[in-house]
Design a protein around this ligand. Structure first.
Ligand code: NDP
Ligand code: HSE
Length: 460
């Protein structure tokens, strides 16, 4: 492999690109396809110094057009003296962490889309950047093309953010949208999301909520000036969401979305903490999040002075993500040309993490029950005994949705007022011990509501 070192333009900002898959290919296209514009915007040419991949034979376009830049030795590439900026779009924790630390320690700026690494060990990377005065930028790591991290870190730096919540995983949203529209199975929708380049290398990161949890950790860290890692985020994926759940949501005038929610919580004594969580939840069809389909993402940010802001756009895919990478690349290149450094995150607040058991949410509980006198009272009693207030109840006939008064069975749908997760879990366990409760068909959280309850005809 040729190193490309011989062609250095000493005035240029030289970029080592690690990875050239879905995102990296589009990064190469943007850097090389708009070279003159980038030069004008940065104040110096932006040149590729090298591109590291694992299997060059899988990259005919890259090797035909930029063969002299291609290397399989990413570790060597990041240490080269002619590299100013390392752009990492490989993914995963190791060996990438070592390469990025090496680059930052030697004063090279890093642009990365690697949310998994940032959510696991962002502080170590940030410390290495601080120690050498290098930039560490990662706009592409959360919500694809949507400019979200820079507004949190810079535009809203003078405000007090109270909540950041929304849809941050394109793959799971693509699958849920397909299931909701009908006619596409979970497996087919996941296959299509993978073909379109939305899914992670291991798509269980998408469907089991790990990717959204990593993004929630990054969002909460920036929003609340507190180091939050992926392990601080309560995580439930969407793999267990069934067609029956989707149908139940539709009956309530709701849509199921995988949500990431980060909140500043203030208790009665005035003590503050941070709650970060990811789970599938019912959202009323009238809520703007319900209309966010396919691989699109949308995030609401609430701040005391600004009020509510909504960020919406393509949350995954090669070109949209490369747009965010290029925005960061231009920013760090400008900083190098100007001799400065961009704003960094701060973690001065160090707020504690609130356990999920203490976080109040509303719930939709679908029960299969014996259809006889006293059953409803017994069930309501268990909710009351655990301090969970019922907002609405609806009974339908047969457990398969058919109205069949002779089956001896019925489906009971309960929507609760806000209750702590621990209280709801205890209620469900107790319900399962009742003779007349035949099964719990589904438990889903309900977010942003009012409407779903009135859809049951009961009001709040
Ligand atoms: P891909 O799997 O498409 O590409 C990964 C690239 O990394 C490939 O070119 C691969 O080379 C290369 N690579 C893997 N291991 C090594 C290694 N040891 N040395 C050198 N190169 C290596 O991933 P994506 O482009 O989809 O994602 C990249 C990153 O961007 C991930 O962190 C992901 O989470 C993030 N991201 C992705 C988005 C998307 O929509 N796809 C959106 C936002 C962020 P080879 O092909 O030769 O194996
Ligand atoms: N796999 C991720 C998603 C890519 O589907 O959202 C964008 O981060």
């Amino acid at each position: 492999m040729a190193s490309g070192e011989g062609s250095r333009n000493s005035a240029a900002v030289r970029v080592a690109l690690l990875g050239c898959g879905t995102v990296g290919t589009e990064v190469v296209r943007l850097i090389t396809g708009q070279a003159d514009d980038l030069t004008a915007r940065v104040g110096a040419p932006v040149e590729l110094a090298g591109v590291a991949v694992r299997r060059p034979h899988k990259h005919p376009w890259l090797t035909e057009n930029f063969g002299d830049l291609v290397t399989t030795d990413a570790g060597e590439l990041v240490t080269r003296d002619d590299v100013d900026v390392v752009v990492e779009v490989i993914g995963g924790i190791e060996p990438v962490r070592g390469w990025l630390l090496e680059a930052l320690k030697s004063g090279k700026s890093v642009v990365t889309a690697n949310k998994a690494l940032l959510a696991e060990d962002g502080p170590t990377l940030a410390e290495a950047a601080d120690a050498s005065g290098a930039d560490l930028y990662y706009e592409a790591a959360v919500a694809g093309a949507i400019p979200l991290l820079r507004p949190l870190r810079e535009s809203l730096a003078g405000d007090r953010i109270t909540r950041v919540a929304g849809i941050v995983n394109g793959t799971s949203n693509f699958i849920l949208s397909a299931m909701s529209a009908g006619g596409t199975s979970y497996a087919d929708a996941l296959e299509e999301a993978t073909r379109l380049g939305y899914a992670e290398a291991d798509p269980s990161a998408d469907v089991d909520g790990y990717d959204a949890a990593a993004k929630a950790a990054i969002l909460a860290t920036l929003a609340f000036h507190t180091r939050i890692t992926a392990s601080d985020v309560h995580r439930e994926g969407m793999r267990e969401v069934s067609s029956a759940d989707v149908a139940a949501a539709r009956r309530l005038g709701c849509t199921i979305k995988l949500l990431a929610i980060c909140e500043r919580v203030v208790d009665a004594s005035g003590a503050e903490s941070v709650s970060s969580r990811v789970y599938p939840a019912m959202v009323p069809d009238t809520h703007p999040l319900a209309g966010v389909d396919g691989a699109f993402n949308a995030v609401f940010v609430e701040a005391e002075a600004a009020g509510q802001l909504m960020f919406y756009g393509q949350g995954a895919g090669g070109a949209p993500t490369a747009s965010a990478v290029l925005g960061d690349l231009v920013a760090v290149a400008r900083n190098r040309v100007g001799g400065g450094r961009g704003p960094r995150e701060s973690a001065y607040a160090s707020l504690p993490v609130r356990p999920i058991g203490e976080v109040p949410t509303r719930y939709h509980v679908d029960l299969e029950v014996a259809d006889r006198e006293g059953v409803l009272a017994g069930i309501a009693g268990e909710f009351a005994r655990h301090g969970v207030s019922i907002a609405a109840v609806r009974q339908t006939g047969g457990v398969n949705g058919a109205v069949d008064g002779d089956s001896g069975q019925a489906r009971l749908t309960v929507v609760t007022h806000s209750a702590p997760e621990a209280a709801l879990s205890a209620t469900v366990s107790a319900l399962l011990d009742l003779d007349h409760v035949l099964g719990v068909a589904g438990v889903l959280r309900v977010e942003g509501l009012g409407r779903a309850v009135s859809a049951l005809g009961m009001g709040e």
